[in-house]
Design a protein around this ligand. Structure first.
Ligand code: CP
Length: 311
């Protein structure tokens, strides 16, 4: 694959997405070995730069890099010189000067990873950038792991009825999933309260509705999204209890989907809000499979950007 950075799924073709998913399948085999280690990125250096909190993305990128034998460094913004006013540019160049060859960046501002990528090749340092979630823009590795999870459970993506429910307005996961799923030929339905359904989503080839029961009916895949209270700067909802009643996925509502439908959530989940305990822990939930697939997908991304040696 001839790509230097991964900034979003909007920039990937179906063939490129399939290549990432096929490589992630190979990485799952590596992770199933008794000794989970391959020398593919030996001598390479990966730096995680997280300006927002994370459990899944950060830990899985670190596990992925270590499994590929890369050296890793991890900058915690609160205890770094960013807290003294150092800019993103100067932070990147400082870490690049210490040998970092790939930056995995999570940032509260949409476009920060693209800005970081624009510095590569200038100022004497060349590096890769992976977007680990930027503002309300994209979270491409979450999109890829969601596609991989669907492909595993359903055997295909094309033609499946996929419904995404919840806070679409603030969700970078939704934007990556919309790009990825439409590129792969899924029949997509987006559902949420009108205040959390951006008008521009009607431009995508998908159904947009505020009727949650209708959105779930007959679905092969039901994906719920967290209410992103940290990004809400206004009164988007009458209340969390009303949201849970109208848009929360519970046993009754999931029963409207196909009998073999899978239930997904990118995490972290708010139990009792967008998802009930019984379905989060139920037999149709693949939430922890998504987490497991996250390591394989992030290995595939680092491998294609940095390595492509024998596994
Ligand atoms: N899904 C996701 O990005 O989770 P984290 O915020 O824990 O990384």
């Amino acid at each position: 694959m001839n790509k230097k950075h991964l900034l979003g799924l909007a920039e990937l073709s179906r063939a490129e997405i399939n290549q990432y998913l096929d490589t992630a399948d190979a990485m799952r085999e590596v992770l199933a070995r008794p000794i989970k280690k391959t020398p593919a990125l030996r001598g390479k250096s990966v730096c995680t730069l997280f300006f927002e909190p994370s459990t899944r993305t950060r830990a899985s990128f670190e596990m992925a890099a270590k499994t590929l034998s890369a050296d890793t460094s991890s900058l915690t913004v609160a205890t770094s010189s960013v807290s003294k006013g150092e800019t993103l540019k100067d932070t990147l160049l400082t870490m690049a000067a210490m040998g970092a060859q790939c930056f995995v960046i999570r940032h509260q501002s949409s476009g920060a990873p693209a800005l970081a990528a624009s510095y590569s090749g200038k100022f004497g340092y060349d590096f890769h950038v992976v977007n680990a979630g930027d503002g309300q823009h994209e979270h491409p590795t979450q999109g890829l792991l969601d596609l991989l999870t669907i492909r595993h459970h359903k055997g295909r993506i094309e033609g499946l009825k996929v419904t995404i429910i919840g806070d679409l307005l603030h969700s970078r996961v939704a934007r990556s999933d919309i790009h990825g799923l439409t590129t792969m030929g899924a029949n997509l339905t987006l559902c949420g309260p009108q205040t959390l359904l951006p008008p521009e989503f009607s431009e995508f080839s998908c159904r947009v509705t505020t009727d949650c029961d209708a959105a779930v009916e007959g679905a092969d895949v039901v994906m719920t999204l967290r209410l992103q209270n940290e990004r809400m700067n206004g009164a988007f909802l009458p209340g969390v209890r009303e949201f849970a009643a109208l848009y929360g996925i519970n046993e009754r509502r999931l029963g409207l989907a196909k009998a073999d439908a899978i239930l997904m959530h990118p995490g972290p989940i708010n139990r009792g809000v967008e998802i009930s305990d019984e379905v989060a822990d139920g037999s149709q939930s693949v939430i922890l499979n998504q987490v497991t697939n996250g390591v394989a997908v992030r290995m595939a991304v680092l491998y294609h950007l940095m390595g492509e040696q024998e596994l």
